[in-house]
Design a protein around this ligand. Structure first.
Ligand SMILES: *Cc1c(COP(=O)(O)O)cnc(C)c1O
Length: 843
C-alpha cells in the first residue's frame, strides 16, 4: 500500500521518476486511462458512473491494469513455447501474495498515472486500493518466500510457473476480543478475483483410494494398475505475476476441487439426490481451507489429500506441456526443473515415477534418473515438530500405488547404502530409511524429498550448516554434494519501491533508480551516510513514515502513537521459538526501571507487536493475551506516560506489514539461536532503515556480515552453545530466576497476577514453562544479555546522527538479500536456466 502521508513528499520529490517512465503523466495519458476506466465500469461491471462504489472503481482500475499485463503474459508463454525453453515449476502449498494492484501498477509503470487520474476524477486513490481483498494463501515466511521468488523469476525473465491450491478460505483474519485472539474465516473471493483467470475447461482428474493390480499395457508389457477409488477434478486458476517493468509476466496456477461427473452420475443414479449433492460438495471441500498451522505438523488426512491433489494436478499439467513438444522423456530433466517448497509436495516424487512407469511404460531405472534430474527440494525448518511424517497405513489406503513406489524407492536406496563403504550399521540404516519404524510406522517426507532430488537447499548459511550436521547428517554423509545453501531474499519492488514511497523517492533522487532492478546499487548510499544533510532527509522520511503508521493504527485501533519515540517492532507469527515472550519480559523490565527511576538514559519507546497464533496453539494464544494485559496496565500508568507504550496490531498480513516496515526504528529478530531457518522479516525491516537487535540465528548472521558488526545489535547464545545447553542439561532456569533481581521481579509479577488481577493465575503456565519445565527456548539464559543489549540500543538511539548513520548503512548494504539474487543463484546452481539481468533487452 502507498500510504497517504507519503503522497506529498513522494510526488513533490520525484514520484514518477520511480516508475522509470518519465515525469508527471501527460494529459492525453490521463484522458486515455479515464476512458479505459469508464469502459470497464460500463462493459465489465455493468455500471454507470452514477451509483458506482469505491469497490467498482477498484475493479475498473484493476481490470485496466490487468489489460496491460495480458499481452506480455501471452508473449512470455509464446516465447517459451517457441524456444522450447527450460521451464521452472515451483510447487508450493502456500503463496502469500498479498494485494496485487499497487504491485501491478508499479510493474507496468502506471502507479503515478493512476493516482493522478483517480484524483482528478475526485476519487480517493488510497481508498480505492484499499478495496482489494488480501490474497493470504499462506501462513507466513514460507508462503511469502514463494511469492517473492515468483516475482523475481518474472523479473529475471525465467519461464516459470508456480503451482498451488486456490483456497476459498486463506489465512484467517485475527480479531482481538478482550485481549484474546479470535479467528474469523476470510472469504477473499467474495467479489471474484481480478488477478486470476479461471479455466473451467482445464480439468484434471485426481484419484484417491482404490486398489492396485498387475495388468498388461497396450503393447502387452506388464504394468501396475491403480483402479477404482474416487476421482476429484482439479480446476485451474491462473494468477498473473508481472516482473519489474512488465517485460515478463508469469502465472501461478492454483487448483480448486470440483466433483467429477462420473462420481456424480453413479451416486445420482441411485436416486438419492440430496445426499448425492451433499457428497459432491464434500469432495469439493478439498480446496476449501488453508491449514493455519505454521511450523507445526497437523497430521490431518484432509491435509494429505490436499497435498496429493495439487501435486497430481500439477504434474499432469507439466507432463502434458512437455509432451506437446517431445515424443519421449529423454530430455525431460533438460526441459523441466521442479522445485519442491518444503516437503508438502514431496509426493511429486512417487507421482512422477508412477506417471513415467505406469502411464508411459518407462523402466524403473530410466524413470528414477529422470525424477532425480528434475526435482530439487527446499528445507525450511529443523524443528522436529515441523518435519512431516504420515502413517504408512494412511498413505497405503489413500494412495496405494504411491505407497508401493515409496517402498520400492526406499528398498533401492537402502540396498545401495548397504553396499557402500564404509558399511553402515543397522542403526544408521534405520535412521536413513524413509520409514520410521519406531511405533506406528510412518513415512518421513523429508527423506523422500531428499533422496528424490538432485539438490537440497537450506535457506540461510547457518541453517544449511545445521542441516548437514543435524537431522540430515546421515543423508549428507551418503550424498555429500547434495545439500547447498540458497539464502532467502525479498523483492525490493514490493518491500521498498511499493511499501516505502518516501524512502524510494529519497534514494532515487540521490543515486538514480537502478536499485529497483539491481538492489546492490544501494551501495551508492554508503558515502551519503557521512553527509549530514542526507542524514537529515533520511530522518525526515522515517518521521513521515512513523506519522503515517500512527494514523493507520489510530484509525484501526483508536490508539495514538508518538512519532518522537523509538518504534521497536516485532512482527511475525507468534511462536515460542520466535520468543515474543522474551520481548515482553524486556518491556516489563523497562517498565519497572522507569518507575524506579533507573532508566533515565533511555529514550521513550513504543513497542509494537503483531502476529497470528495457530488456532490450536495454546501457549502462543496465551502470549497474545499476556501482551494485551501488559499493554493495558502499562499504557494506563501515568508514571510511565510518554516513556513507554505497548501496542498489539491485530491481523498481521502482507498489507499490514507494508504499513509497519517503513516506520520501524528497531527490528526484533530474537529467536533462540538455531531455530529460525532464515527469516525474511529481518530483511524487510533492514531494507526500510530499521536497525536489528537479534540473535546469531538464521539470516541475521549474514545480515551482520553485510552491514557490519558495528551496525547491528547481536546478543545471546550461539546456536552451538544453545544446543549444547539443551542437550547436555547445562541449563538451570531456576538459577537465573533466583539470581537476577530484575528477572525475578518480572516473573513474579506475571505469575502472581500483576497484569491479570481478575485472574491472578492466568499466566502461571507461562511462568512455569520457564522456571519449572526446562525453559526449552532458553529465554532465561538470554534474558540478561538481551536487556543489556536493549540498553545499548536505547543509548545509541539518543544520538540521532549515529543512529541514522547506522540505519543508512543498513539500507546501503542489504542489497544481496534481494530475491533477484536468490533466484539467480537457484537458476545457476540448481535449475540450470539462463537469467536476464537487463530486463527487456533480449527476447
Ligand atoms: C515477511 C512476512 C513473514 C515472515 O516474517 P519472519 O519475521 O521472517 O518470520 C510473515 N508474515 C508476513 C505477512 C510477512 O510479510
Amino acid at each position: 500500500m502507498v500510504d497517504s502521508g507519503s503522497v506529498g513528499a513522494a510526488t513533490a520529490v520525484s514520484g514518477s521518476v520511480l516508475d522509470g517512465r518519465g515525469p508527471k503523466a501527460k494529459g492525453s495519458e490521463v484522458d486515455a486511462l479515464k476512458r479505459r476506466l469508464h469502459r470497464h465500469l460500463r462493459h465489465s461491471l455493468g455500471k454507470g458512473p452514477v451509483g458506482s462504489t469505491t469497490l467498482d472503481w477498484y475493479m475498473a482500475l484493476a481490470l485496466s491494469t490487468r489489460d496491460l499485463m495480458v499481452e506480455t503474459w501471452m508473449d512470455s508463454s509464446h516465447r517459451a513455447y517457441a524456444n522450447d525453453a527450460k521451464r521452472v515449476y515451483y510447487l508450493s502449498m502456500e503463496f502469500l501474495v498479498g494485494r496485487s494492484l499497487t504491485a501491478s501498477l508499479l510493474a507496468t509503470g502506471s502507479l503515478d498515472l493512476a493516482r493522478q487520474t483517480l484524483t482528478e476524477m475526485g476519487l480517493d486513490f488510497d481508498a480505492v486500493c484499499d478495496q482489494e481483498p488480501e490474497a493470504a494463501l499462506g501462513n507466513g515466511g514460507l508462503g511469502r518466500l514463494a511469492a517473492c521468488l515468483m516475482e523475481s523469476m518474472a523479473t529475471l525473465g525465467i519461464p516459470a510457473r508456480g503451482y498451488g491450491i486456490y483456497y476459498d478460505y486463506g489465512m484467517f483474519s485475527q480479531y482481538i476480543d478482550a485481549g484474546q485472539q479470535v479467528e474469523m474465516p476470510e472469504r477473499w473471493l467474495r467479489y471474484g478475483n481480478v488477478w486470476a483467470f479461471n479455466r473451467p475447461e482445464v480439468l484434471t482428474p485426481v484419484r484417491f483410494y482404490g486398489r492396485t493390480e498387475d495388468g498388461l499395457d497396450l503393447r502387452g508389457r506388464r504394468v501396475r494398475r491403480w483402479l477404482d477409488g474416487e476421482e476429484v477434478l482439479a480446476e485451474a486458476h491462473d494468477l498473473l505475476v508481472p516482473g519489474h517493468g512488465c517485460w515478463t509476466v508469469n502465472a501461478i496456477r492454483l487448483w480448486s476441487a470440483q466433483a467429477s461427473r462420473a462420481f456424480d452420475l453413479r451416486r445420482f443414479n441411485q436416486g438419492d439426490y440430496i445426499n448425492a449433492v451433499a457428497e459432491q460438495s464434500q469432495s469439493e471441500s478439498l480446496s476449501h481451507v488453508l491449514y493455519p498451522d505454521d511450523s507445526t505438523g497437523m497430521g490431518k488426512a484432509l491435509r494429505l489429500k490436499q497435498e496429493y491433489f495439487f501435486v497430481a494436478a500439477s504434474l499432469a499439467d507439466i507432463v502434458r506441456r512437455f509432451r506437446t513438444a517431445h515424443d519421449d522423456f529423454t530430455k525431460f530433466p533438460q526441459k523441466v526443473a521442479i522445485q519442491l517448497n518444503d516437503t508438502h509436495p514431496a509426493l511429486a516424487v512417487p507421482e512422477l515415477m508412477r506417471l513415467l512407469m505406469d502411464e508411459h511404460g518407462l523402466a524403473w531405472d530410466e524413470a528414477w534418473s529422470i525424477c532425480h534430474g528434475t526435482f530439487s527440494y527446499t528445507n525450511h525448518t529443523l524443528l522436529p515438530e515441523a518435519l512431516e511424517t504420515w502413517p504408512v497405513d494412511l498413505i497405503g489406503s489413500m494412495l496405494p500405488r504411491h505407497m508401493e513406489i515409496i517402498y520400492a524407492i526406499n528398498h533401492q536406496f537402502l540396498e545401495g547404502v548397504r553396499k557402500s563403504a564404509p558399511k553402515p550399521d543397522d542403526a544408521c540404516v534405520a535412521r536413513l530409511s524413509m520409514i520410521d519404524e519406531g511405533g506406528e510406522r510412518r513415512v518421513r517426507m523429508a527423506h523422500l524429498a531428499f533422496v528424490g532430488s538432485h539438490r537440497v537447499n537450506g535457506v540461510a548459511a547457518l541453517h544449511t550448516d545445521l542441516m548437514r550436521g543435524g537431522i540430515f547428517a546421515d543423508l549428507h554423509r551418503t550424498f555429500p554434494d547434495r545439500i547447498v545453501n540458497k539464502t532467502n531474499g525479498i523483492t525490493p519492488r514490493r518491500w521498498l519501491q511499493g511499501a516505502n514511497r518516501p524512502l524510494s523517492a529519497l534514494i532515487t533522487r540521490h543515486i538514480g533508480d537502478r536499485w529497483v532492478a539491481n538492489l546492490d546499487e544501494l551501495r551508492g548510499l554508503v558515502p551519503l551516510a557521512e553527509d549530514a544533510a542526507f542524514r537529515e532527509e533520511f530522518r525526515a522520511v522515517k518521521r513521515l513514515n512513523k506519522e503515517a503508521l500512527g494514523r493507520y493504527v489510530d484509525a484501526r485501533l483508536g490508539v495514538e502513537l508518538d512519532p518522537d519515540t523509538l518504534f521497536d517492532v516485532q512482527v511475525k507469527r507468534i511462536h515460542e521459538y520466535k520468543r515474543q515472550l522474551l520481548n515482553v519480559l524486556h518491556v516489563i523490565t523497562l517498565y519497572n526501571r522507569i518507575r524506579a527511576g533507573r532508566a533515565e538514559d533511555q529514550p521513550p519507546r513504543t513497542v509494537l507487536l503483531a502476529g497470528k497464533a495457530a488456532p490450536g496453539y495454546y501457549m502462543a494464544k496465551l502470549i497474545i493475551r499476556l501482551i494485551h494485559d501488559v499493554a493495558r496496565v502499562i499504557n494506563a500508568d501515568p508514571l510511565v506516560a510518554g516513556r513507554l507504550r505497548l501496542v498489539f496490531v491485530p491481523d498481521y498480513n502482507v498489507s499490514v506489514a507494508e504499513h509497519i516496515m517503513p516506520a520501524a526504528d528497531l527490528s526484533e529478530q530474537i529467536s533462540t539461536a538455531g531455530t529460525e531457518a532464515s527469516g525474511t522479516g529481518n530483511m524487510k525491516l533492514a531494507l526500510n532503515g530499521a536497525l536489528t537487535i537479534g540473535t546469531r540465528d538464521g539470516a541475521n548472521v549474514e545480515i551482520g556480515d553485510e552491514v557490519g558488526e558495528e551496525n547491528i545489535f547481536f546478543f545471546g547464545l550461539s546456536a552451538e552453545r544453545a544446543n549444547a545447553m539443551r542437550t547436555r542439561g547445562g541449563h538451570d532456569p531456576w538459577q537465573y530466576y533466583t539470581g537476577d533481581p530484575d528477572l525475578h521481579m518480572v516473573l513474579d509479577m506475571i505469575g502472581q497476577g500483576a497484569f491479570s488481577p481478575d485472574e491472578p493465575d492466568r499466566y502461571r503456565p507461562i511462568v512455569d514453562s520457564l522456571t519449572r519445565h526446562g525453559d526449552y527456548y532458553l529465554l532465561l539464559a538470554d534474558y540478561a544479555d538481551y536487556v543489556a543489549c536493549q540498553e545499548r540500543v536505547g543509548r545509541a538511539y539518543q544520538d540521532a546522527d549515529t543512529w541514522s548513520r547506522m540505519a543508512i548503512l543498513n539500507v546501503a548494504r542489504i542489497g544481496r538479500f534481494s530475491s533477484d539474487v536468490t533466484v539467480a543463484d537457484y537458476a545457476a546452481d540448481i535449475w540450470h536456466v539462463p537469467v536476464q539481468t537487463e530486463p527487456g533487452r533480449t527476447g
